[in-house]
Design a protein around this ligand. Structure first.
Ligand code: HEC
Ligand code: HEC
Length: 225
């Protein structure tokens, strides 16, 4: 990987003028996210692209943790080609907390930035006002609301609101889900249940007994928030 080609002249110029103070670094965040993140997540973090997560209002500590994980090589080898590519890059540390697909999408960009730049980018997104979700109603959305608020006691599925907060705005380690793209949510729920995103014992437990229709209902409701 030719990392030296990744930081553009603009970014190098930008950061050679930036002083060490936090305020000035975050002042550069719009330019940083425009260069590195906006193509997929939007400058304001409210991307309409269905498979890309919205980042507006996403807790910076959660996002930073994920970005750090994207920088770490995977193990055990889930994808041989990737595994060898990483080996060549000389990385040995294991990180089981991101999925293969996330790694494909996010690894390059996570490596192209310094930890300080990543911090500035995730703090920027955390401060952006989340766009209102699509106003929709209907049986699927109502079923999702019920599931979110109350869980499914018969299946021992905990109410999502317990951890993600009653308005799905996120709480502690449980991230914001309100307004998130439904396709992205469905995809993540499937990854938790299949064990592809297995570092979260909470979500592994929650999705164990959640079927595909229930996941679709939860996602349909959350997208409307
Ligand atoms: C090429 C497209 C692309 C670019 C550029 C990109 N991302 Fe991503 N990002 C994705 C995709 C796709 C995912 C979801 C991965 C998955 O689970 O499949 C993601 C996931 C994330 C997540 C996890 C979100 C969550 O809710 O768990 C964070 C945080 C993130 N990106 C931050 C950034 C930042 C900050 C930048 C710029 C420095 C950036 N991304 C650049 C495509 C991109
Ligand atoms: C016991 C607490 C708990 C409960 C209950 C819970 N979650 Fe979570 N959820 C978490 C935590 C913690 C994470 C963050 C995992 C990580 O760090 O990647 C998470 C992450 C997620 C994500 C990934 C978000 C992203 O941006 O990638 C989705 C989607 C999600 N939860 C949906 C749900 C749904 C739907 C329910 C209810 C059916 C639910 N959760 C119930 C704690 C919980």
């Amino acid at each position: 990987m030719q990392k030296s080609f990744i930081p553009t002249a603009a970014v190098i110029a930008l950061f050679s003028f930036a002083s060490n103070t936090w305020a000035q670094k975050s002042w550069n965040a719009p330019k940083l996210v425009t260069i590195y993140c906006s193509g997929c997540h939007g400058v304001d973090g409210n991307t309409p692209l269905p498979y890309f997560p919205k980042l507006a209002g996403l807790d910076a500590a959660y996002a930073e943790k994920k970005m750090t994980a994207f920088r770490e090589p995977s193990g055990p080898p889930v994808d041989e080609a990737l595994w060898w590519a990483l080996k060549v890059m000389g990385s040995k540390k294991a990180a089981g907390n991101v999925t293969r697909q996330e790694r494909m999408n996010m690894e390059g960009v996570a490596h192209a930035e310094t930890p300080e730049q990543i911090k500035a980018a995730v703090v920027w997104y955390a401060r952006q006002p989340p766009a209102h979700g699509h106003a929709e109603s209907g049986a699927l959305v109502m079923q999702g609301k019920e599931l979110f608020d109350k869980g499914i006691p018969a299946q021992k599925v905990l109410a999502c609101a317990t951890c993600h907060g009653p308005d799905a705005a996120g709480r502690g380690p449980a991230p914001r889900l309100a307004g998130q793209n439904a396709e992205y949510l469905i995809d993540q729920l499937e990854k938790f249940s299949k064990g592809d995103r297995k570092h979260s014992p909470e979500m592994t437990m929650v999705t164990r007994d959640l079927d595909a229709d229930q996941a679709r209902a939860a996602a349909a409701y959350l997208q409307t928030r």
